[in-house]
Design a protein around this ligand. Sequence first.
Ligand code: ADP
Ligand code: MG
Length: 493
Amino acid sequence: MSLVDTRTPDPKKFIKGATGDWEMVIGLEIHAQITSESKLFSGSSTKFGNAPNSNVSFVDAAMPGMLPTINQECVRQAVRTGLGLKAKINNRSIFDRKNYFYPDLPQGYQISQFKDPIVGEGIVYLDMGKDGEVEIGIERLHLEQDAGKSIHDQHPNMSFIDLNRSGVALMEIVSKPDIRSSEEARTYIAKIRTILRYLGTCDGNMEQGSLRADINVSVRAPGGEFGTRCEIKNVNSMRFAVAAIEYEARRQIDILEDGGKIDQETRLFDSKSGKTRSMRSKEEAHDYRYFPDPDLLPLEFDDEFVAALAKDLPELPDEKHDRFVNEYSITSYDASVLISSRSNADFFENVAKGRDGKLSANWVINEFFGRLAKEELDVSNSPISAKQLGGIIDLISSSDISGKIAKDLFEIVWGEGGDPADIVEKRSMKQVSDTGAIEKMIDDIISANPEQVEKVKLKPQLIGWFVGQVMKASQGKANPQAVNKILKEKLGL
Ligand code: ADP
Ligand code: MG
């Protein structure tokens, strides 16, 4: 790999040490389980949660004489993912055997791709808020098999093996060492997950292990030579990724500032202590003796195969973001929130179509998403539909209700359902914009409060008191703009 540094050092990201500033350098290897019915080289089911060893064919159990057959759906998914990462698709790739011995690996090797992966260099854009956009290079994406699982906590002196995962298709997505902070690493994992979910190539479920990351961390003097890295294995949550990186960078800085040097090693993150600990050093690293798998021909496809997949790709997060900003005149930040998932984005579009974009975005983000989060719900099980929320927004736009009444209406629709316009009609929640009615209320208030009228003439800001009285008299339904205007006229302000 060419370790070219493409980024300008950013002082905001420097870490203070006793001897000066330090900069983190991070590269991630993300393992993503491909969404497919069956495994990479066998027809066994990939269903999560089935009884141990029930998703296992002779191929997955590595019975003698069994031969792998490539699953075309997994190839399609890997190519689609490569396209989503704006990466080079390699029409010819090679499956290699990666040899190691472990109880959960019955073949004695894992079929992977080494020198010739299915996907080459690509690029992922991170929106770092006020720090702007950051580009992270993708080195490669390759296909490989998952291993089985050893279970050590079921019996006092025996271990069990569950081969359900054995042979399940994984994509390993390797980034360039372009990441410069734990926050960027978190954003990168989240972005990759969003892209995979948009494509439907991986469910992104980190708790179930469908997405996990090996995190390479080194530190250096800002802009200097890359330092020696340590690799933290199998991190399965974004919070742990941030904690592991922060701990690991600090550990390395302390060693270097004490005049020591970093040993290249593989480490594990212990989520209970928040620390990383050594698993094996580079000297103990496996020699995997990679060689092309003689049971598999090179994987080849033509440009038409790729073009057909490219044509059917859904709109991806970056493109949707930019379209939302242009089409609905909303801020980049609002667009980022709205595109966080396809279903959220679809909900917003159903609300915003034919309505004011900014007003729709505000209501979807603040009231609707806020309320969903509070109740631990998402759009799929929301008690309020896009049509209903759109109805509430229509009533605001037509000045039938004020923003304040709209919030009450939102609560009613959320709790009881129903058509917003009907509810407003039935419960007479419409705001009074009829100037005659407002004038009458104001006249009454003025004649009942001569002292306040004297005062407001000397101190115009006391108009607030009058506005309050009118709102009270109208049970919050008087149109505030009309009230202000008429009050000013009548009080001669
Ligand atoms: P390996 O096969 O040993 O894991 P790779 O060359 O595939 O090595 O690199 C693995 C990951 O390590 C990549 O994501 C890469 O960006 C990252 N990486 C390489 N050098 C460094 C470094 N000095 N500091 C941090 N990360 C690095
Ligand atoms: Mg590695």
